[in-house]
Each structure stands twice: as structure tokens, then as C-alpha cells.
Design a protein around this ligand. Sequence first.
Ligand SMILES: [Zn+2]
Ligand SMILES: [Zn+2]
Length: 122
Amino acid sequence: MLAIIIYGWTTKEKTLESTEFFCPNCREHRDCEHRAVKRYFTLYFIPLIPLGTVGEFIHCDTCEGQFDTAVLDLTDADVERLTRPWRCDECGNTNPSDQERCLKCRCFREDEPAAELEFDDD
Ligand SMILES: [Zn+2]
Ligand SMILES: [Zn+2]
């Protein structure tokens, strides 16, 4: 008798805890879920054996944004500092937070953002 065994791997998202954080996207305190992406060994497309955690992220319930877990440690003030426009020391021009260089005189920003907030999901 010939049996064809179909096996493979899949990833599933698992919610570790529901908590709240200061969402950099909403700029508000929001409910969020701390989720883990776990890899499973599958047999006939049924996830059977957990093979470990691939990554973790924070999912905002309101804007559906995904962020690095480091965002949980940020206070309102941290998020404000990382997302607010900055003023150039050289020429006094006000620049958007995502610009590393002054739009007017092209000099570099003095205080670099401490962390990348966006979770890179590809
Ligand atoms: Zn949000
Ligand atoms: Zn400037």
C-alpha cells in the first residue's frame, strides 16, 4: 500500500497577552495585543509540533499597526520625542520627524531617534 505523507511548515500568530501602550501611530493610549509568530511542523496541513518563536510584535487594536515590542517600554514623552517635528540648530527650520537631514540646509539632525518603531513585516 502506498501512502503519500504530506508535511511542511507553517507559521501561526498567537496572542501572548492583551495590554495597553502608547501607540506611535494613533498618538493615544490604546489597547493592544502582544503577539508571537510561531513556526509549526504540519502533517497533512495540520499544525502539530511547535518549532519555536519566529518573532514577536505589538498589534494596535485601533489602527491595526504593528510595532516592535520595544514600543512597550516607551513613554508618551519618548513617543512624542521620536515622532514630533524637529528644529534645525543651524538654520532654525522645522523638519518632519522622518527626515534625518534638514530640508533647508541639509545638515544632519542632532538627536537621532533611539529605535526603529515600525515592525518590518514582509
Ligand atoms: Zn494605533
Ligand atoms: Zn537647517
